[in-house]
Design a protein around this ligand. Structure first.
Ligand code: GLU
Length: 296
């Protein structure tokens, strides 16, 4: 078993992060496995070295040790770039040339009285500038000046063609979930990909990648067998499973855990400094106090 903790160094770690990290760590250690650390710093405008150092310091203070070198996403751009090239050459990506305004207008246009479905990245993209024919082509260089969207219908079909077993049973793409809220096999049909996920952005103009693409490539590169993370990412996992299939990567087992909430029921946010581990440390709490606070 190999688990990981993958924080973004864009603010202090809070109780929710502590819960996630301890859970992944203890799960690996109990099984005699490994626990790895990854710094998700593709958002270079928001990532700060001082937050990264604070992460190492807080994790050590919590008594967590990690195996092997720390992976940093900012050092992995070549891997993201080559995966995007592969998907582009298969005709599965297209440049999104419409403005946010165009998309908002399309979303607000009356559509038989139904409101747009909300997918893992917000309202499902209405296809405003999806081309009629695939644009990715070996002879055409991949454009880097626009967001690139995944043609989700074509991607789902391509992935089922790659894995005939999944196509045969008609249920689409599946993964195994062990978190209590959704435990069991979870599958997504191509119809559900189209209507509930939509053409997600796989490469942002400003990052040259996206959370979804990077996390999938990095989990595979780190050999992660069990992805342990918050329930807020459960829906995004459908995207990850599709990308794993398209890129020929193994699908790990997923374990989505409940989110730690404040006393009003709101999930903790990065800016919620009051729940920062550093604050509890400064106030004299012990690592065991933190474990108790998060119910471990
Ligand atoms: N970097 C993400 C975060 O800080 C976690 C991503 C993941 O666990 O897949 O919320």
């Amino acid at each position: 078993m190999r688990t990981r903790f993958a924080p973004s160094p864009t603010g202090p770690l809070h109780l929710g992060h502590a819960y996630s990290a301890i859970l992944a760590h203890d799960m690996a250690r109990a099984a005699g496995g490994q626990f790895l650390l990854r710094i998700e710093d593709i958002d270079q405008a928001r990532a700060k070295p001082e937050w990264e150092h604070q992460i190492y310091d807080d994790l050590r203070w919590l008594g967590l040790s990690w195996d092997g070198p720390v992976m940093r996403q900012s050092e992995r751009m070549a891997a993201y770039d080559s995966a995007l090239d592969r998907l582009w050459r298969r005709g599965l990506l297209y440049p999104c040339t419409c403005s946010r305004r165009d998309i908002a207008d399309a979303l607000s246009a009356p559509q038989e009285g139904t409101s747009p479905a909300i997918g893992p990245d917000g309202p499902v993209y209405p296809g405003t500038c999806r081309p009629d024919a695939p644009t990715g082509h070996p002879a055409r260089p991949r454009p880097k000046t626009h967001h690139l969207r995944l043609d989700i219908a074509a991607a789902c079909l391509a992935s089922l063609n790659d894995s005939p077993g999944a196509a045969d049973n008609g249920s689409g793409l599946a993964f195994m979930e062990t978190g209590a809220a959704h435990a069991g096999p979870v599958s997504t049909s191509c119809h559900a990909y189209e209507t509930q996920v939509g053409d997600i952005v796989l490469s942002r103009r400003d990052f040259g990648t996206s959370y979804h693409l990077s996390v999938v490539l990095d989990d595979a590169a780190q050999g992660i067998t069990h992805v342990t993370r918050g329930d807020d990412l459960f829906d995004a996992t459908r995207i990850h499973v599709l990308l794993e299939s398209l890129l020929g990567l193994p699908t790990p087992i997923y374990h989505h855990h409940p989110l730690i909430r404040d006393e009003t029921g709101k999930r903790l946010a990065k800016r919620d400094d009051a729940r920062a581990i550093a604050r509890y440390r400064a106030d004299g709490a012990s690592p065991n106090d933190i474990r108790r606070m998060v119910g471990l």
